[in-house]
Design a binder for this molecule. Structure first.
Ligand code: MN
Length: 235
């Protein structure tokens, strides 16, 4: 293992998403935290998945569109957004295998939802219809600005990293975790009760947040989160 850990950054593969997917934020955040960023196209088979993971020290599950209801074993609700089943399948494979091999995982936005689904939890397909009292989680301000507060659970790895009980975060999500997987805890929530982060207990580093720390580059908490992740990937 090199001194700098190699971090796989999941990415879209279709031209449509390439136009809107702000991958440079993730790349810069990993570099700044001391890691080597590698952009990963979706894997298709277990063999591809194993090959990719054999060269990685950590997995960064990035933001993106909604997860297809097919992978939730649910019927599609009317409010479902754009889905990329190729990405869903590849990321669920990578996540399941990383969980088994104890490879550190950081999930961001869609990434925390992928983590929840891969670990056996559940998500809302569409927050507004499934959680009618929820606040607006799709911010109308640019993504580098905070939009709402989150309360951080004090007995969590997230709290140990951030050292704060409440932080302001941005919010660009249409889905959210609805059922926490076995072996995980909720580490952050918004005032409306929407789960804003989960983490696996008794493991090296397996944590997801619903906000986009990579887009809040000047925010000390975002930097602390990436540093903690890259540090865990070094071990
Ligand atoms: Mn939110």
């Amino acid at each position: 293992m090199s001194e700098k850990p190699v971090i796989g950054i999941t990415a879209a593969h279709c031209s449509e998403e390439l136009q809107t997917f702000p991958r440079h934020y993730y790349v810069e955040s990993i570099k700044k935290a001391g890691g080597i960023p590698f952009i990963l196209p979706p894997v298709r088979t277990q063999e591809e998945c194993d090959d990719v993971l054999s060269v990685l020290d950590g997995l960064l599950l990035t933001g993106g569109g909604d997860i297809s209801p097919v992978y939730l074993r649910e019927e599609p609700l009317r409010g479902i957004g754009k889905c990329s089943p190729e990405r869903d399948w590849g990321e669920i494979l990578l996540t399941k295998q990383s969980l088994q091999q104890n490879i550190p995982i950081l999930g961001i936005c869609r990434g925390v939802q992928v983590l929840a689904v891969a670990a056996g939890g559940g998500i809302y397909q569409d927050i507004p219809s499934q959680h009618p009292t929820a606040m607006e989680h799709s911010q109308t301000a640019p993504r580098q600005y905070a939009w709402h507060d989150v309360d951080i659970a004090e007995k969590s790895a997230l709290f140990r990293l951030l050292g704060e009980k409440k932080v302001g975060v941005n919010s660009l999500h249409h889905q959210a975790v609805s059922k926490i997987p076995l072996g995980f805890i909720q580490n952050a929530h918004a005032a409306d009760g929407v789960i804003e982060g989960i983490e696996k207990t008794n493991t090296a580093f397996c944590l997801g947040v619903q906000w986009h720390p990579e887009s809040m580059e000047s925010d000390i908490h975002s930097n602390a989160l990436f540093r903690g992740f890259v540090e865990a990937c070094r071990e």
